[in-house]
Each structure stands twice: as structure tokens, then as C-alpha cells.
Write a protein that binds this ligand. Structure first.
Ligand code: FAD
Length: 398
């Protein structure tokens, strides 16, 4: 915990500190400066006081006393023993960072057992794997996993810790960061190393996607970031690479955990949005929930996935798993057919720049036309129905 105080005997009431505070946390109480709870302990007021009347005590993180750190960690999220694709993307990105920082890359695997395929993490860029295996890790327990990760991090002191921004990753990363008393930048779209300080530059959209903010974690460790799937590039697997798999024994018995009574897997026909080469996207322009059927048939006829704007999800026309964008998922199909989608920055934030975008919209000024590769100015339901007919499908089929 940090602490700041005004030494009242020294404070002359000169008011110099008031404009120095970027958070407006200093006011005058009588003739003395008063620092409110809005203070974030940035220290900007300390040097402006000519009378040394402001004292800032910042607790040195125990971390700083560590003689060395163990480089870059990537959480190897798995489902039923199968590594999530985002892990490979993070390993590819970690290699690029490691080249600039001369760091070792460690993949961290938690699960009921350690399958042979852990070697694939090394082939994809890890220098070593730390594996904790325990029957209690069979369930993807959002309370237990962060505790195990935090305990490992305290022991091995990674400098950087990357987690995929999957649903599970988004739940466990903040819990682990909180346990480690460090910061976390969520949903980064770019990572780099500052050549001067060696700090991790964590860039993410801010203010509704209207600008990009680069965030640094200067004093706490590890520097933690989550990165969305499909944003970074995986490297081709190189099975000539070698590295250790270190089995870590840990007693999990005292750790709090969830009581998971049942698990439901939402399975839909057709390719998932994660790996579909073609995606049909629907926006409010389709008009009503009744029209969703047309686009489901079109997606099926094209072997495509079905995506939606947040507005469509909010209306309850399709469920959240279809939502693409800033608060949904990120996709990187070869082709995206957007029907009746305006093209808000928040929606487009979920689409890879390399995707060929075909937009169907009846408004010539729709923002999506400014970024589309092909523009069709027409009624989207008519276009979709015509396309489906050409593909031999039937919109009326249930
Ligand atoms: P609309 O904006 O209503 O656009 C409908 C479009 O359809 C219009 O362009 C219209 O011209 C066209 N149209 C109408 N009728 C027809 C027709 N018959 N034929 C052809 N075209 C037609 N949105 C997301 O999608 N994903 C997100 O993750 C997301 N996150 C957000 C996060 C935040 C913090 C905020 C503030 C917003 C977020 N949004 C997100 C919402 C976003 O700002 C937009 O409101 C939303 O994307 C609009 O959805 P839409 O394009 O379907 O609807």
C-alpha cells in the first residue's frame, strides 16, 4: 500500500501543489493542503512543494528484491488437453518480444495431466514448459487456476505474463494480477518492448475504439496483458527446437475452488467463428429476428460461420457467442459478408485487417462502406435471398 501525507507543520498554504495534481485530489482546508481519496499516488505534487511538506511512501514490491526474473510467460490455456489456438499466437508474439529483450519464453500448463503434446509448445516458440498437474485442475476452475498461476509467478518471477483474452483467460488473468498486486492491460492489440526502458508497451483501443492507448506497468511485476485471439500471428511449428518440460509439484488442497455442478457446451452446426474461412455477419438492417433464419441458411450453404453486431445480440436475435467486436470476439476469416451492419468502430475492432470485406447496406453513407473492399448498395434481405437461391438453398426451409 502507498501512503501520502501533508506535513502540516511545513505546509505554508502556498497552493503550488493544487495545479500540479492531474487528478484534482488536492484542495485547501484552512491554510493547509488536503489530499483526498482521489489521489492515485502518482507523486506529481511532491517535487513542486518547495517546503518538503508532502511525503509519499510507496511500498516497494517484494518483487523488486528478487535477484532475477524468468523472462516471458505465456499461459497455455487448454480445453480437454487441447491447447487453444491463441496460445500459439501468443508464443509467436513472445518470440518477437524475446528477440528485443533477450528473454526466455516459458509456457505454463495447468491440467489434470501433461500430455505428450506439450512438446508442441516448444515447437511453437517456448524455450521451456512449466507444468502443474493435479486432478483438481481437470475442471477449468476460475478461482483455482489464478491461485496456482500466482503461486508459480511468485516462485519464478516472470517479467512479462501473457494470457489469451478468451472467456476463461479474461476471468483468470485479473484474479491472478490481483493476487500478485500488479497491473493488467486487457485486450491488447499490439505489444512491443520500449528500447530505452525495456518495459512492455501494451497497446489497446480506448475511448470506444477511437484512439489507441499504450500502457506501461513501470513498478509492478509481472507486466501482465491479455491479447485477443486472432490478433497475433503463430509461427510455423519447428520440431527441431528443444526445451525442457519442468513438472512442478504443488499442494492445491488449501486453495479455494468453485463447486462446478455441471458443464454445458454450446455446440452449433457449421464451422465455429474461430476457424471459419467465410463468415456471414448480420446487423440490425436485417429488420427482425425472423430474418435470422435466412442468414443461417445462407451461412450453411456457404459453409460459413454466423456473426452478429452487438445490437443484434442485445435485441436477443442471436446469442452472445456470435457477437463480433470490441466486446465480442475477434475473427479473421478470408471473407466477411456483412449484411445490414453499419460498421461502427466497435464492430470493426473485431475483424482482422486482412479479411476481404463485402458490405451490403442500403445507405450510401454507411460507415462500413468506407472500409469495405466491395460495396453492395441494396436491401440486404433481398441480396441474401438471391444469393441463397443461386447456391441452391431454400430460405423457407426450417
Ligand atoms: P445499426 O447501427 O442500427 O446499423 C444498421 C445498418 O443497417 C445501418 O447502416 C442501415 O443503413 C442498414 N440497413 C437498415 N436496413 C437495411 C436494409 N434493409 N438493407 C441493408 N441495410 C440496411 N457493436 C458490435 O457490433 N460489437 C461490439 O463488440 C460492440 N462493442 C461495443 C462496446 C461499447 C463500449 C460501445 C459503446 C458500443 C459497442 N458496440 C458494439 C455497439 C456499436 O457502437 C453499434 O451500436 C453496433 O455495432 C450497431 O449495430 P448495427 O450495425 O447492427 O446496427
Amino acid at each position: 500500500m502507498s501512503e501520502i501525507r501533508v506535513v502540516t507543520e511545513k505546509c505554508t498554504g502556498c497552493r503550488l501543489c493544487l495545479p500540479a495534481c492531474p487528478y484534482g485530489a488536492i484542495s485547501m482546508s484552512g491554510k493547509k493542503a488536503l489530499i483526498s481519496a482521489a489521489c492515485v499516488f502518482c507523486g506529481a505534487c511532491v517535487p513542486v512543494c518547495r517546503f518538503d511538506a508532502i511525503e509519499l511512501f510507496t511500498e516497494k514490491p517484494a518483487w523488486d528484491e528478487a535477484p532475477s526474473s524468468s523472462g516471458i510467460w505465456v499461459f497455455a490455456e487448454q480445453v480437454d488437453g487441447k491447447v487453444k489456438p491463441v496460445v500459439l499466437e501468443l508464443l509467436g508474439e513472445a518470440r518477437a518480444l524475446a528477440r528485443k529483450k533477450a528473454s526466455k519464453i516459458t509456457a505454463v500448463w495447468l491440467g489434470p495431466d501433461a500430455p505428450d503434446q506439450l512438446q508442441c509448445l516448444i515447437a511453437q516458440g517456448a524455450d521451456e514448459v512449466i507444468a502443474v498437474t493435479d486432478a483438481r485442475l481437470a475442471e477449468r476452475d476460475e478461482l483455482l487456476y489464478p491461485q496456482v498461476l500466482a503461486r508459480l509467478a511468485v516462485t519464478y518471477r516472470p517479467e512479462i505474463f501473457l494470457v489469451g483474452a478468451t472467456g476463461f483467460g479474461r476471468s483468470i488473468a485479473p484474479r491472478a494480477a490481483s493476487a500478485l498486486d500488479t497491473g493488467l492491460t486487457a485486450d491488447c492489440t499490439r505489444l512491443d518492448i520500449d528500447p530505452q526502458s525495456g518495459l512492455l508497451l501494451q497497446t489497446r483501443p480506448a475511448f470506444g475504439g477511437n484512439l489507441l492507448a499504450t500502457i506501461l506497468c513501470r513498478t509492478r511485476r509481472p507486466q501482465m496483458a491479455t491479447v485477443r485471439p486472432k490478433v497475433m500471428q503463430a509461427l510455423p511449428a519447428d520440431y527441431s527446437r528443444s526445451g525442457n518440460v519442468r513438472m512442478e509439484s504443488m499442494d492445491l488442497s488449501g486453495m479455494a475452488c468453485l463447486c462446478i455442478k455441471s458443464t454445458h457446451v454450446n455446440r452449433e452446426d457449421g464451422p465455429g467463428l474461430d476457424n471459419a474461412e467465410v463468415v456471414v455477419g448480420i446487423g440490425c438492417g436485417i429488420g427482425s429476428a425472423r430474418q435470422v433464419k435466412l442468414y443461417k441458411h445462407l451461412a450453411a450453404a456457404l459453409g460459413a460461420g454466423l456473426a452478429a453486431s452487438r445490437a443484434v445480440v442485445d435485441l436477443g436475435w442471436v446469442d452472445y457467442s456470435h457477437q463480433v467486436g470490441q466486446t465480442g470476439i475477434t475473427i479473421a476469416p478470408k471473407v466477411y459478408l456483412a449484411f445490414g451492419i453499419s460498421g461502427s468502430v466497435q464492430h470493426m475492432a473485431g475483424l482482422s485487417e486482412n479479411t476481404h470485406l463485402v458490405a451490403v447496406n442500403k445507405d450510401k453513407n454507411a460507415p462500413i462502406f468506407a472500409v469495405a473492399d466491395e460495396r453492395v448498395r441494396a436491401d440486404c434481405n433481398e441480396v441474401a435471398a438471391a444469393l441463397l437461391r443461386q447456391l441452391g438453398g431454400d430460405a423457407a426451409r426450417e
